[in-house]
Design a protein around this ligand. Structure first.
Ligand code: PEP
Ligand code: MN
Length: 348
């Protein structure tokens, strides 16, 4: 159920509707729109009678929402959601580029790469601290040590940190370091983690599971929004198909479909999507051409020596070439790519 308030309905009317929702045992979610405020209702098992709300002052409409996801849906919010992070906006006209190594491998590696990326005008640094790996014998990340290096990298460069949260046990520590909490493909169905992220006040980058449908991805996002955290960025990172020539099949179809179904921003991870470095640039451009709001790209100083995902990582020089091409593509797609060169090259 979505309750749409009249234009300029006073705060007291909004509070009364929210109170009524709570009295019925459901949860109210305020959804500010460009013109009108709406209130989403969750927690109901069956249909809610619109008559319960139509007579309350300030209420314009009470619309039943029949989809299995509500708060993430365009039915509930027509305008695109824009996630604000310290002056950067994800999901607006501006394209977002997140770059960095698959894993934080050492203090020098991450700080050095952070400066290189800063000098290229990037604003968001990725780097795994807690790595959920398919094999227990693969590098599992430097964990808390990596979080310390990521904080240092942020303090030194001003880049914002994107790092993965692997489980609820480490959520508090990772949330203290991360500006954006990444939920990996393997954890898209980890409902305890998704529920916990509902009460965190940090944006979440939710990656699509490699065997998940678009609807399942949206329902995982719904877990986070229904918990009260509306700052969710979706990420298409490829799904598993019969094709073996590439690591995954990057499902660019999902972008226009998600844009139709949901108001949430969606970015693309071409690195995991194709799994080979020389495919990353074409798939990045294709993703932006398909309407994605940005990219998350693995970059490493020496991919051959990387402790994880080296074969799909770009060297900084190639990443710089990709940024140039993205800058050319952006206006064609009615987007902008602002590169934050100001204060770049800060002395270490
Ligand atoms: C990653 O970003 O390094 C990663 C592990 O991605 P995914 O969860 O998409 O496999
Ligand atoms: Mn990786």
């Amino acid at each position: 159920m979505l309750i749409v308030m009249k234009l300029n309905a006073p705060r007291s009317d909004v509070e009364r509707v929210k109170e009524k929702i709570r009295t019925l045992g459901f949860a109210p979610h305020e959804i500010p729109g460009e013109e009108r405020l709406a209130i989403g209702v969750t927690g109901n098992k069956g249909k809610v009678d619109p008559e319960l709300f139509l007579n309350l002052p300030g209420v314009l409409e009470a619309i039943p929402v029949t989809k299995p996801f509500k708060l993430v849906s365009r039915d509930v919010k027509a305008e695109n959601s824009v996630i604000q992070i310290d002056g950067s906006r994800i999901g607006g006209r501006e394209l977002t580029v997140i770059a960095g190594p698959c894993s934080v491998e050492s203090r020098d590696q991450i700080i050095d790469l952070a400066f290189t990326l800063k000098n290229l005008g990037v604003r968001f640094l990725r780097g795994g601290a807690y790595k959920p790996r398919t094999s227990p014998y693969s590098f599992q990340g430097l964990k808390d040590e990596a979080l310390i290096y990521l904080k240092e990298a942020r303090d030194a460069t001003g880049l914002r940190i994107v790092t993965e949260v692997k489980d609820t046990a480490t959520l508090a520590a990772v949330a203290e370091c991360a500006d954006i909490l990444q939920v990996g493909a393997r954890n898209m169905h980890n409902y305890s983690l998704l529920e916990a992220l509902g009460s965190v006040r940090k944006p979440v980058l939710l990656k699509r599971g490699f065997a998940a449908t678009i609807e399942e991805l949206l329902m995982s996002a719904e877990y986070i929004l229904s918990g009260g955290n509306y700052n969710v960025i979706l990420c298409e990172r490829g799904i598993r198909t019969f094709e073996t020539a590439t690591r995954n099949t990057l499902d660019l179809n999902s972008i226009p479909i998600i844009k139709k179904l949901s108001h949430l921003p969606i970015i693309v991870d071409p690195s995991h999507g194709i799994g080979v470095w020389d495919g990353v640039t074409p798939m990045s451009l294709a993703a932006i051409a398909a309407g994605a709001d940005g990219l998350i790209i693995e970059v490493h100083q020496d991919p051959a020596m990387a402790l994880s995902d080296g074969y799909q990582s770009l060297k900084p020089s190639r990443f710089a070439q990709l940024l140039e091409k993205l800058g050319q593509l952006a206006p064609i797609m009615d987007r902008t790519l602002t590169r934050a060169f100001q204060n770049a090259g800060v002395a270490r």
